[in-house]
Design a binder for this molecule. Structure first.
Ligand code: HEC
Length: 134
């Protein structure tokens, strides 16, 4: 009987050990799963791409809203960073009118370039990205 009790104790102890190690493993899995999705943004730090409001770079906005037409020139859209497409517009209308036309829409160019949550300054940043180096 004593031997059986001792064996039982060993079996129970090893069960507990296994249970504890499983519990530890799933704790770290759980920590992974519940870790915060966002990170704190420090003023002056490079902005991260995100769907939430807050500072976004012109490139982020461009990639989210403008690239579909402006990458290849759909419906005659001036192509991104192609001087021959942009320079005549900038010379003829001036930067501010080009910016205003992007806000209000012009011909096949939809108002705000379809970016529903963009501010006027976001549109400006996206334009600045598209004419970078021109
Ligand atoms: C559905 C396609 C489409 C999308 C999306 C789009 N554009 Fe355009 N965009 C055009 C077309 C077409 C033109 C040329 C319009 C014209 O001059 O006839 C244009 C022209 C422009 C111009 C020049 C305006 C002028 O006065 O010459 C700017 C600036 C511009 N787009 C900015 C943007 C920005 C910024 C975005 C994204 C936020 C964007 N567009 C998204 C189609 C698009």
């Amino acid at each position: 009987m004593k031997a059986i009790n001792a064996m039982l104790a060993v079996v129970v102890a090893s069960c507990c050990f296994i249970a504890v190690s499983i519990a530890q493993e799933s704790t770290s899995d759980l920590e992974d799963r519940i870790k915060p999705v966002g990170k704190v943004k420090i003023a002056g730090a490079a902005p991260e791409a995100s769907a939430s409001a807050g500072p976004r770079s012109g490139e982020d906005i461009y990639k989210a809203a403008c690239t579909a037409c402006h990458a290849v020139g759909v419906l005659g859209a001036p192509k991104t960073q192609v001087a021959a497409d942009w320079q005549p517009r900038l010379d003829e209308k001036g930067y501010d009118l080009v910016w205003k036309n992007a806000i209000d829409g012009i011909n096949a160019m939809p108002a705000m370039g379809t970016c529903g949550d963009c501010s006027n300054d976001d549109i400006k940043a996206a334009i600045d990205y598209m004419i970078e180096g021109i």
